[in-house]
Design a protein around this ligand. Structure first.
Ligand code: NAD
Length: 393
């Protein structure tokens, strides 16, 4: 249910009151983005809207890539996408491109593989900024087949960075992961603390960070790594790793099924809404590069949420749509072997150095995500059974 990365931590987090989501009544995405966040982020968005840039998003058909695409097009930017559709979906792109707000920008798609240097060169041509998100994100898959994870996540990374250098892009922002903290017991997790890595996937992400520092030092190419915690939001694949527990539970509750929790429900994660990730990417890409090695930053909500809290928030958020959900309770099962107990990020470095401020708390993000999932489950096939299958695939 939850990723087997980040730290093992023996104690439960302190109890505290639950923050409730804005059930289906959150501000529209545009308003939320421009009204919240730091002044620096608002200024950056205004500048970009006035002086549009060209961005390459690798992994554009995936969950995070398609959300960044939506935001950049809405801001009137030109976007080049590169994807081989191995875990991403054309439907994600179709959905973004059908939004009236997205018509403000321009989009060009390259179907290609980041393991092909020439494909990377073609895609990088003309890009001001590169937001590298193509990767194989599955931890279990990396354990089963470390060679393919390495070839996509490390060789592919090197191709994207080399092509970026050759094509003279201004900066590269790449998706790292909290998996690089391994079994570090220190909470909240700070960028300088490290533990023992727990999967080949984690090793590929740390390799990216090492190469990024070398590339910046050797070639002067500005690179920024963003260590994502448990990201959630629209278009997340319910069968994916990470925070896929959120779309899975939403689908189950909407279909009258029960939700499983491994253990006592006091396992925690730092669940971060995807708009905060977009913010971090825009700030990082346009930041003045540091003089030393490449920087890495935690990207998270900066708040620990237990599975019990998460379940209650989702249930409360859905009751307005389907009152019978109020009676739902999770089904507790045995702890899953290898599941880490607690995870939470210290986000002070990115706040201080990049002026990042989450526009959405976990609860506000859930409010937005629930609205999207409800709307999309209603749009899909009418018979309940079919809907259930579609929602959890
Ligand atoms: P995703 O699987 O939805 O998106 C990845 C995209 O990359 C997909 O569209 C896929 O088709 C594409 N891709 C994969 N291999 C490719 C290749 N060889 N060539 C071209 N395209 C390829 O995953 P996501 O959740 O959007 O994650 C995006 C990035 O963020 C990944 O690097 C992932 O490791 C990282 N990350 C995500 C989370 C999270 O919570 N979602 C947490 C930590 C790190």
């Amino acid at each position: 249910m939850l990723p087997q990365h980040c730290s093992r931590y023996p104690h439960s987090p302190p109890a505290r009151p639950i923050e409730f989501p804005l059930r289906g009544r959150a501000l529209p995405k545009d308003t939320m983005n421009s009204a919240a966040g730091t002044l620096a982020y608002t200024r950056l968005r205004n500048t970009l809207a006035e002086h549009p840039r060209t961005w390459l998003i690798t992994g554009v058909a995936g969950f995070i890539g398609s959300n960044i695409l939506e935001d950049l097009l809405t801001l009137g930017q030109s976007v080049i996408g590169l994807d081989n559709f191995s875990t991403g979906h054309q439907a994600n792109l179709d959905q973004v491109l059908s939004l009236p707000a997205a018509s403000k920008g321009r989009f060009r798609l390259f179907r290609g593989d980041i393991r092909d240097l020439n494909a990377c060169r073609k895609a990088c041509k003309g890009a001001d900024y590169v937001l590298h998100h193509a990767a194989l994100g599955s931890v279990p898959r990396s354990i089963q087949d470390p060679l393919i994870s390495n070839s996509v996540n490390v060789d592919g990374f090197l191709n994207v960075v080399l092509a970026s250098k050759e094509m003279g892009v201004k900066s590269v922002v790449y998706a790292s992961s909290c998996a690089v903290y391994g079994d570090s017991p220190e909470l909240p997790l700070k960028e300088d603390s490290t533990g023992q890595l727990l999967s080949p996937y984690a090793a590929t992400k740390l390799a990216n960070e090492i190469y990024a520092a070398v590339f910046q030092r050797t070639y002067g190419l500005p690179l920024v790594g963003l260590r994502y915690f448990n990201i959630f939001g629209p278009r997340q694949d319910p069968n994916g790793d990470y925070a896929a527990v959120i779309p899975r539970w939403i689908a189950k509750l909407l279909n009258g099924e029960s939700c499983d929790i491994h253990g006592d429900g006091e396992t925690s994660r730092d669940f971060c809404y995807v708009d905060n990730v977009t913010q971090a990417n825009l700030l990082a890409a346009t930041a003045v590069p540091s003089l030393g090695g490449a920087e890495v930053y935690n990207v998270a909500a900066g708040r620990e949420t237990t599975l019990n809290e998460l379940f209650r928030m989702i249930r409360l958020g859905l009751v307005g749509y389907q009152p019978s959900i109020a009676a739902s309770h999770p089904v507790y099962g045995p702890f899953r072997e290898g599941d880490i107990r607690r995870s939470a990020a210290d986000i002070s470095r990115i706040q201080l150095q990049l002026d990042y401020e989450p526009t959405h708390t976990t609860a506000q993000g859930l409010g937005q995500a629930l609205e999207w999932y409800v709307e999309h489950s209603q749009k899909s096939a009418a018979p309940a059974e079919e809907r259930a299958i579609a929602a959890v695939r």
